[in-house]
Design a binder for this molecule. Structure first.
Ligand SMILES: CSC[C@H]1O[C@H](OP(=O)(O)O)[C@H](O)[C@@H]1O
Ligand SMILES: Nc1ncnc2[nH]cnc12
Length: 295
């Protein structure tokens, strides 16, 4: 197994339209069991340029999980259990900004969480923890994604606020206008929360690349979003996403230095339940996610 303190292990969570990646040496679909149930699908593992990589289709091959039923905790636990250090989320998103056009990428750095019906933490009764998500994405990893996207030739925007909605229906016009005009959101999707929060709890670096597919419903010159429009734009986006991902091993390198932003130490001061009050069953369940601090 890779040593997460010294070896880079890149995990890619592919969203709508991205169900595999190509070019991995020793590629193998691996089933990974977790205490939180089964992940969305088997995980494609291998190496690229001497760097370990894992790919997980968020909705499963064939797109069987809705945004609400994606097993977010199992997905993050499974990646952590494999030894992944850096998670790149690639997602189809609507845009609230004229200049963030369909086909563009946005390296997201903030989130507004409007999801309602999902398990949002690995912790809870018997072992309580409070991590900071003030800065929910990793700037080091985000920078690598930005560089890779530029090299691929995509128009890429640095920074943006992703509004995570519950779905599966798209937003009403009133919601779309409110998110854009009053809340200052830049892009909208249905899946990056609680994924980003869980990655932080699992001490994983997390970066999110939003692939713009539509203008949601606010734009006077574009009709309201529908799945046909999204799929059409996704075809081109997915090819760019694959090319971007292929450049990441070269940019991150096989040898890993500790995260300068502390993502890999997020639990250092987060556990509040006293050791003698901790539920042993919870401690056992957290073996991968919090093994570093639970011993
Ligand atoms: C296919 S349209 C809506 C669907 O696409 C996005 O998925 P992902 O974030 O996994 O790329 C959006 O969040 C919805 O789940
Ligand atoms: N407009 C939109 N709203 C929510 N999720 C999306 N995924 C792609 N486009 C979207």
């Amino acid at each position: 197994m890779a040593d997460p303190t010294t070896d880079t292990y890149i995990g890619v969570i592919g969203g709508s339209g991205l169900y595999d990646i190509e070019g991995l040496e020793g590629a193998e679909w691996q089933n990974v069991d977790t205490p939180w149930g089964a992940p969305s699908d088997a995980i494609l593992t291998g190496t690229l340029g001497g760097v370990k990589m894992a790919f997980l289709p968020r909705h499963g091959r064939g797109h069987v999980h809705s945004p609400t039923t994606v097993p977010y905790r199992a997905n993050i636990d499974a990646l952590k259990r494999l030894g992944v250090t850096d998670v790149i989320s690639v997602s189809a998103c609507g845009s609230f900004r004229e200049e963030m056009a369909p086909g563009d990428f946005v390296v997201v750095d903030q989130f507004i969480d409007r999801t309602l019906a999902r398990e949002k933490s690995f912790f809870g009764q018997g072992l309580v923890a409070h991590v900071s998500v003030a800065h929910p994405t990793c700037p080091r990893l985000g920078e690598a994604c930005l560089t890779a996207a530029k090299e691929v030739g995509v128009t890429v925007h640095k920074g943006g606020t992703y509004l995570a909605m519950e779905g599966p229906q798209f937003s009403t016009l009133a919601e779309s206008k409110m998110y854009r005009e009053s809340w200052g959101a830049d892009v909208i999707g249905m899946t990056n929360m609680p994924e980003a929060k869980l990655a932080r709890e699992a001490e994983l670096c997390y970066a999110s690349v939003a692939m713009i597919t539509d203008y949601d419903s606010w734009h006077p010159d574009h009709g309201e979003v529908d799945v046909t429009q999204i799929i059409a734009t996704l075809m081109g986006n997915a090819a760019h996403a694959r090319d971007m991902v292929a450049l990441l091993p070269g940019l991150l390198g096989a040898a890993r230095a500790p995260c300068p932003h502390g993502c890999d130490r997020a639990l250092e001061f987060a556990l509040i339940t006293q050791p003698d009050a901790r539920d042993p069953a919870m401690v056992a369940k957290l073996d991968a996610v919090a093994g570093r601090v639970l011993g």
